[in-house]
Design a protein around this ligand. Structure first.
Ligand code: COA
Length: 199
């Protein structure tokens, strides 16, 4: 009997934990299946590219065998105000409609609030995210660095009034990922060399 058939017969217990290096391959496979390669071209991906997720704010859900859910939050500056960007959120097809997406959302938002973060923005389906308190009205004065359907650009205040002065462009603010750091250093190294040559 294969794992797949066997696991269909077992009541599955899904646990949520902080993302670990061992989750990476399973997480990528899940994202590829749930969102496809287009995920890399989304405007919100520009705010994540080359950055690390916010400390303690990346979670995976496991069914004991596979990664079956993922969520991450990222540092951004939203029109002058420090905030977090949520995404991607994905749940394996096999586990959809069982409340796992909601569990991941509530866990990540609770941890963000516990860590003192004041606000979260995201790009996603309002009918889904409204249940967690996200609304379009909080992002009306904000601009993302690329195209987005306005109705899908949503915000949530973890501290009341946190987004009231947020106005203007949203920019990435997360710590650079090690590979991006190396690339940035080598770019600035080549720039330095060119500038020295030109001088
Ligand atoms: C969206 C997603 C995370 C929901 O996960 P889930 O575990 O099935 O969600 P939950 O079980 O917590 O909630 C299910 C409820 O949300 C609703 N729902 C799911 N996706 C929805 C959407 N895009 N718009 C509106 N409602 C949605 C379901 O109809 C269901 O409603 P009900 O509670 O009234 O029956 C999951 O379907 C998924 O990974 N989709 C593909 C990736 C994606 O679109 N991610 C979000 C953008 S980053």
């Amino acid at each position: 009997m294969t794992h797949a058939v066997f696991s269909d017969l077992m009541p599955s217990t899904v646990s949520i934990a902080q993302e670990a290096p061992a989750d990476m391959a399973g997480r990528e496979a899940l994202l590829e299946a749930a969102l496809g390669p287009a995920r890399h071209r989304k405007t919100s991906a520009r705010l994540r590219a080359g950055r690390l997720p916010a400390e303690g704010l990346a979670f995976t859900a496991h069914d004991g065998i596979h990664v079956v859910g993922t969520i991450r939050l990222w540092h951004i500056i939203a029109g002058g105000v420090p905030a977090l960007l949520l995404g991607p959120l994905a749940v394996a097809k096999s586990h959809e409609g069982q409340g796992l997406g909601s569990r991941l959302m509530r866990r990540a938002l609770a941890e963000a609030a516990f860590r003192g973060h004041a606000a979260v923005i995201l790009v996603g389906d309002a009918p889904y995210y409204q249940r967690f308190g996200f609304s379009r009205s909080l992002t009306e004065n904000l601009i993302l660095p690329g195209p987005v359907e306005p109705d899908r650009f949503l915000g949530l205040e973890l501290k009341p009034g946190a987004l009231s002065d947020a106005c203007g462009l949203v920019v990435a603010a997360g710590e650079r990922a090690p590979a991006a750091n190396r690339a940035a250093r080598s770019q600035s190294g080549s720039r330095d060399r060119l500038e020295r040559k030109a001088a």
